[in-house]
Design a protein around this ligand. Structure first.
Ligand code: BGC
Length: 477
């Protein structure tokens, strides 16, 4: 058979496709970052109490959990591409709703819609990426999704800081004409309104995506799958071979899907539990405490001026973006497992540092420890957990497996955000940080014992080993 050489367009197509899907991460990130700075303006403008504000914060995560839970069904029935279209449409709708909300309830409803779309996207984007990217760069492509999450967080920190600084708040000594934005209502509405722009780009982009070849084969549309593979693989031979491998894997699989497969197949149960554990560990290290309560933490460390909190918050966001490039460069070279072990080791030490330095009021050392923690998270747990969770599940159970792991991410994310302030009042800042440090230590042992190395291995190879009963940590061998 003649081997046609990779028209360089193919690698460009893969990159463009992956970038478009990774934009979902940007929307995810923007919404994480937004919470930190808009809450006090909303509180004043809509005249709502702390309880309503917690609902405004939590409703997004509640919507995301719901979105994640039905994503398995959506991606199976409609396919990955149409699930992304639903997500993007809801995002545009929800973002507009947030910017136009007239009271606490309407804002909460709009945030649930945004959350729903983020839940669907955070489920579907890594799944789609894992199914479309060639195995040699699969890790890098899924990491691009995490990179865009971090860029989204940074963008919203920067834009929101700028908007806050341009806002006439009526504080003593301010002169209205000196400010670009005349009141706090316009200010928080602009913070939320800017998210409409990337969501419209995302919506337009997803219409042009090819369908996932693995999904097409799972519903019997083999020829279409082969055509997609020919567009996104180097050679026709490569495309044909991959298509044959996927067909073999699908036909050799148990007929049951999702939950039934979970009940019947103990090998599948192992990857489901591993996915859930990985996502729980990702949240329990305490990353979102820094993302959501960054300004408060900086104040607690002793820097109370507005300038210092702005600078600190942006430094956190920027460090998060820059360190993700380490993962982009090395995830497909060093492998997932060594990166995770190194990351959690540094995270536990850095969190311990935050606890000790806060206790002794060493402000600068505490802030530096926070930044070291962010570096370690950003090159390890941040991207690698999403990568592994989308790789380890067998094709027939992938939707169910990823529903469970992504659902665990959102539920624990919500629980961490809700328990942070009460924990601080019971254990104090240092005690709370120590608890997160301990979770990272536990993570190291669990990773060593159970996580397989998936670098450069095809999804079909992982699945065949898993189903043969090979020990979880060895399925990549
Ligand atoms: C996590 C988010 C977190 C973000 C920070 C993601 O991988 O799932 O909860 O806010 O990383 O960069």
């Amino acid at each position: 058979m003649s081997v046609k050489y990779m028209p360089s367009n193919n690698s460009k197509t893969v990159f463009l496709v992956c970038f478009m899907v990774a934009l979902a991460g940007l929307l995810f990130g923007i919404d994480i970052g937004f919470i930190a700075q808009a809450k006090d303006f909303i509180k004043k403008d809509l005249v709502v109490d702390d309880q309503v504000i917690s609902w405004v914060v939590g409703s997004m995560m509640g919507g995301a959990t719901f979105g994640t839970l039905i994503s398995g069904y959506l991606t199976r029935k409609l396919g990955r591409k149409y699930s992304l279209i639903i997500s993007a449409s809801c995002f545009v709708l929800g973002a507009l709703g947030c910017a136009l909300a007239w009271n606490g309830t309407s804002l909460i409803i709009a945030r649930i819609i945004v959350g729903f779309s983020i839940g669907v996207a955070s489920f579907t984007a890594p799944l789609y990426l894992s199914e479309v990217a060639p195995k040699s760069i699969r890790g890098t492509m899924i990491t691009m999704y995490q990179l865009l999450i971090t860029i989204g967080i940074l963008a919203s920190f920067v834009i929101n800081t700028f908007i806050r600084n341009c806002t006439f708040t009526g504080a003593e000594g301010q002169i209205a004409e000196n400010f670009l934005i005349s009141d706090i209502s316009l200010s928080w509405r602009s913070m939320l309104g800017v998210t409409v722009i990337p969501s419209v780009i995302f919506l337009i982009g997803v219409f042009f995506l090819p369908r996932s070849p693995r999904w097409l084969i799972s519903v019997g549309r083999h020829e279409e799958a082969l055509n997609v593979l020919k567009k996104i693989r180097g050679t026709e031979e490569e495309a044909e071979q991959e298509s044959r491998e996927i067909i073999d894997t699908v036909s050799g699989q148990a007929k049951s899907n999702g939950f039934a497969m979970f009940m019947q197949n103990k090998n599948f149960r192992k990857t489901v539990f591993l996915g859930i554990t990985l996502q729980l560990l990702q949240q329990l290290c305490g990353i979102n405490i820094i993302m959501y309560f960054g300004p408060e933490l900086i104040k607690a460390a002793g820097y109370t001026s507005e300038f210092a909190t702005n600078l600190g918050t942006i430094a956190i966001g920027l460090t998060n973006v820059l360190a993700t490039f380490i993962a982009i460069a090395y995830i497909d070279k060093w492998g997932r497992k060594p990166i995770l072990v190194a990351g959690y080791s540094i995270m536990s030490a850095a969190m311990l540092g935050v606890a000790v330095f806060m206790h002794y009021n060493y402000s600068m050392a505490a802030i530096i420890s926070v930044l070291v923690f962010i570096v370690a998270f950003a090159f390890s747990a941040g991207p690698v957990v999403w990568v592994l969770c989308s790789e380890i599940q067998p094709l027939k159970g992938r939707d169910f497996g990823i529903t469970c792991s992504t659902g665990a991410n959102w539920l624990s994310n919500m629980a961490i955000a809700a328990t942070f302030l009460p924990l601080m009042s019971v254990l104090g800042a240092s005690g709370t940080m120590l608890m997160y440090a301990a979770c990272s230590v536990i993570a190291i042992f669990l990773i060593l014992a159970f996580v397989p190395e998936t670098k450069g291995v095809s999804l079909e190879h992982l699945e065949n080993n898993l189903m043969k009963g090979v020990r979880l940590r060895d399925i990549g061998k």
